[in-house]
Design a binder for this molecule. Structure first.
Ligand code: PRP
Length: 206
């Protein structure tokens, strides 16, 4: 059985493929996969999933390694080896509001996909807030009056800017990370070590 790597679909997938290309890996099967969610190369199997599901596949040992954002690890705290950071997917976690919003002392409503991170953040500040869970496009919430602010990841800042939101506070910086299934690392050490070494070494150089 070839080692299996679970990749987070979307932005991280593109950045990971660019990273593989930079270390002379033949990325053709990944680039031209169409809508396939599983791709095999001569030496590896790749599966494509949403971030939280990448951690699930790795936790259950279906995937040996995973490429996932530090935000997902902080939010879901899966039982995996959190091996090392990768040189892409750099983001910040931020509280954002509408431009010109007056930050009153009243109990605030905070919309987020990251309810765990949001809860911890405001608990650490000693502030009681109502958290509203959304699945995406959270920037809509302050604009439409669903919430006073959002807690979300910011990469380029374009989404905030184009929706008239500004950062009120940044509190956590992270990048993509390589994670591993706990048993795989022992049982498949011989197959996984060269892959991990390349990712780690090249990652450090970029
Ligand atoms: C993420 C995040 C922001 C956006 C930030 O959303 O939730 O909306 O990216 O990126 P930027 O600072 O480069 O504009 P994603 O694209 O993952 O989609 P989603 O809103 O459906 O979760």
């Amino acid at each position: 059985m070839k080692p299996t790597i679970a990749l987070t679909k979307g932005r991280l997938e593109k950045q990971f493929i660019a990273f593989l290309e930079s270390i002379d890996f033949d990325v053709e099967p990944l680039v031209n996969k169409g809508r396939k969610l599983r791709v095999e190369t001569d030496t590896l199997q790749f599966i494509f999933a949403k971030g939280p599901d990448v951690t699930t596949y790795v936790e259950h040992g279906i995937a040996d390694l995973g490429i996932v954002g530090g935000d997902i690890l902080a939010e879901f705290q899966p039982d995996v080896y959190n091996l090392f950071p990768l040189p892409f997917g750099h983001c910040r976690m931020a509280v954002a509001t509408e431009q010109g919003q007056v930050w009153s002392n009243q109990k605030k409503k905070i919309a987020s996909k990251y309810t765990g991170i949001t809860k911890e953040f405001f608990k650490d500040k000693g502030e009681s807030v109502d958290i509203i869970k959304l699945e995406g496009s959270v920037e809509l919430a302050p604009i439409l009056g669903l919430a006073d602010a959002i807690v979300d990841i910011v990469e380029t800042g374009t989404t905030l800017k184009e929706n008239g939101l500004v950062i009120k506070e940044e509190f956590f910086s992270f990048s993509a990370r390589c994670i591993a299934n706990r048993s795989s690392l022992k049982i498949k050490r011989a197959e996984l070590t060269p892959i991990i070494d390349i990712f780690q070494k090249q990652g450090g150089n970029l």
